[in-house]
Design a protein around this ligand. Sequence first.
Ligand code: SF4
Length: 376
Amino acid sequence: MGISSHAEKFAAPRLDAQGRIELVGLNLSQIQALLVEDGQPAFRSKQIWNWIYQRGVTSFDDMANLPKDLRQILTDKYVIDRPKVISEQKSRDRTIKWLLEMSDGQQVEMVFIPTPSRGTLCVSSQVGCTLTCRFCHTGTQPLVRNLGPHEILQQVMYAKDVLEEWPSQGEKQARDLTNIVMMGMGEPLYNYENVAEALKICMHPDGLGISKRHITLSTSGVVPQIIQCGEELGVNLAISLHAPNNELRSEIMAINNKYPLEELLEACRNYPGVSASRRITFEYVLLDGVNDTDDHAQELARLLYNIPCKINLIPFNAWAGSGFQCSPLKRIEGFARVLEGAGYDAPIRRPRGRDILAACGQLKSESQRKVREQNE
Ligand code: SF4
């Protein structure tokens, strides 16, 4: 049976430039099917899977419990890849931003945000974005393509390499990378199948072993996939909300015309597992004079009534051409007070990585500008 006969099991085997099959992104039964086809015993797949996802090796030669001849067969036919690193920038606040290049030359950014209590990796799901949320600079870059499950996982695995999170890199007292947010470039629910495949391997106890409670998927509100995501993955849900009514939200987020607030909030109320201890996060970027008055805050409080949630208030990262300014801090504090008075948890998010343009909605904007300048 050749590779093509795997079409039903694999959407498409991912081959590198030398025609070798990329193993990152394949689940255990997919690896097993390939090995059995090669005439190898099925139990080897579990060993290979462990080396890839639990020990982080990238060379078959390092898979010490495999016979030497099998290691050679694997080296000839398969590959365990990482993205190419184009740049790494470290912020004064210890945020790290990487520009990563995939095998076809497409680039995405990924950001690691450490705090005293956790380390969060913000992962991209698409190259560019189909949506054009008006406050988001990333949204000015048209969609080039979806990332495959391997490319989503490779981001996480590369971060683990850099942060020295694999056992072979020595014992660590505590992990730096504790949380994942699908909040980088792209709308993850417009690439649901690939995101789901990648997250299942992330969460698998014998995979990367990151608990679903430590994974958050952020969406602009693709209603049909929200419930599916909750049922199949059970990860935390974050909604880019940014307005308390349909009129304003449609003005700044075109997706609201397709999936208006009534439908979006109904999906949130029905999100599997949502409770006081498992709240939905609503992201709300404060745009000066647009969505930041006390009336807006009261409207928001009424809108989210009865949904177990917290509201993250995000100071806007102004960029030329957006037409928006960040609300003054006093206004943001006033907005937060109204929400807190109504019983909501409404923290003001401290901007991270501003000096390296790693903040929300800024991904890839600066790197694209540099490429444009080089080509001019
Ligand atoms: S906020 Fe998210 S969905 Fe909207 S344009 Fe930016 S990347 Fe796309």
